[in-house]
Design a protein around this ligand. Structure first.
Ligand SMILES: *Cc1c(COP(=O)(O)O)cnc(C)c1O
Length: 360
């Protein structure tokens, strides 16, 4: 077998090996059709079956009812930053935004182009190292938008924010979608670029309530209306077929692991292994506040930029790839999404312990 590194990349990120192996075969011939998955028409029987499986598995994994549409769109989560307000926010309406990192800031910037934005809370005062508890919701918001996991700063909401009557909840779940049990019924919509927890880049999963799709503005460019994609089952134009295929395999893998309950336990255990080492370490320290810690992106520093660099260099040489933190935080970030194997977290902790002994 090919020698694979331990990959801590924040996105695109590690995928389950079994998914990659199945995809490898399907590149040449999908399900015995003699035509590779990249080469099938999106209108043909073979791909339509891939698409149907992806939707079905998505509904099964998260218990998503027929009240919601499941869409596979393009343009990344970044396109959802403007599609949400473009479809749902009028110039005289207000949307509530919780600002917990640079992805939420980018979402706010887009929303302001379409209507009023009320900042419910912000953790910018401490470089986004916590999820604020003090919040100012507006009385008549059209929707409340939050980023469930803050990929760059390593913080995560433990529960959904409160939603005033008449508003719906919109969530950017790009970096923690399907990483733990989820009550979709609390949401008007959830969107996620696939490249962290679901599959490759180039496809965005959008779960949106059907009544909202109907309420969306109809004078927008056709491709930018949710209804277009809902009416045509994501096949108004050529969808990202390969991405949908990989998402379908990843969802099957989640089911084989025992579903979101089991995946959630596995992720919690992985994160606990790393945080409990960090909490007693004399050299390393976690950067997020204890009650706001992400189970997907674990950010830590030594407090000394040279030591950080020395650690990253040594780790890279030892086969631990992608540990360098985002430039806005510095230090290290271990992204340990769904597919990241528990024993690889153990290996990292063993390596850090050893590094601490030699350099502490
Ligand atoms: C990665 C990420 C994005 C950006 O996604 P694109 O698909 O690159 O547009 C947005 N939000 C969060 C929370 C992310 O982690």
């Amino acid at each position: 077998m090919v020698d694979r590194k331990i990959n801590f990349s924040a996105g695109p990120a590690a995928l389950p090996l079994s998914v990659l192996e199945e995809a490898q075969e399907a590149l040449i011939s999908l399900d015995g059709t003699g035509i590779g998955v990249l080469e099938h028409s999106h209108r043909g029987k073979a791909f339509v079956s891939v698409y149907e499986n992806a939707v079905k598995r998505c509904r099964e994994v998260a218990g998503i009812s027929d009240d919601y549409d499941i869409l596979f769109l393009q343009g990344g989560a970044s396109t959802q930053f403007f599609m949400v307000p473009m479809n749902f926010l009028d110039t005289d309406q207000t949307a509530d935004y919780l600002v917990t990192g640079s992805w939420s800031q980018k979402a706010v910037k887009e929303a302001k182009k379409f209507g009023n934005v009320n900042i419910v809370c912000s953790s910018e005062d401490r470089n986004f190292c916590y999820i604020p508890k003090e919040r100012k919701t507006s009385s008549s918001a059209r929707y409340v938008h939050f980023t469930s996991n803050n990929t760059i700063y390593g913080t995560e909401f433990s529960t959904e924010p409160e939603v005033p009557n008449g508003a719906f909840l919109a969530c950017d779940a790009s970096s923690d979608i399907f990483s733990r049990p989820l009550d979709v019924n609390k949401y008007g919509m959830i969107y996620a670029g696939a490249q962290k927890n679901l599959g490759p880049s180039g496809v965005t999963l959008v779960i949106v309530r059907k009544d909202l799709v109907e309420q969306g503005k109809s004078d927008l460019p056709t491709m930018l209306q949710y209804r277009t994609h809902a009416d045509k089952e994501s096949m108004f134009n050529t969808p990202p077929t390969f991405g949908i295929y990989i998402i379908s395999l990843t969802l099957k893998w989640i089911q084989e692991q025992g579903g979101l309950e089991k995946i959630g336990e596995r992720n919690a255990a992985k994160a606990a292994t790393l945080y409990s080492y960090l909490d007693q370490s004399q050299l390393f320290k976690a950067t997020a506040d204890t009650d706001s810690r992400s189970k997907m992106n674990v950010c830590f520093v030594t407090g000394d930029a040279d030591k950080d660099a020395a650690f990253i260099k040594a780790a890279t040489e030892a086969g631990f790839d992608g540990l360098k933190g985002h430039r806005s935080v510095g230090g290290m970030r271990a992204s340990i999404y769904n597919a990241f194997e528990p024993q690889d977290v153990e290996s990292l902790v063993a390596f850090m312990r050893d590094f601490e002994q030699k350099n502490g």
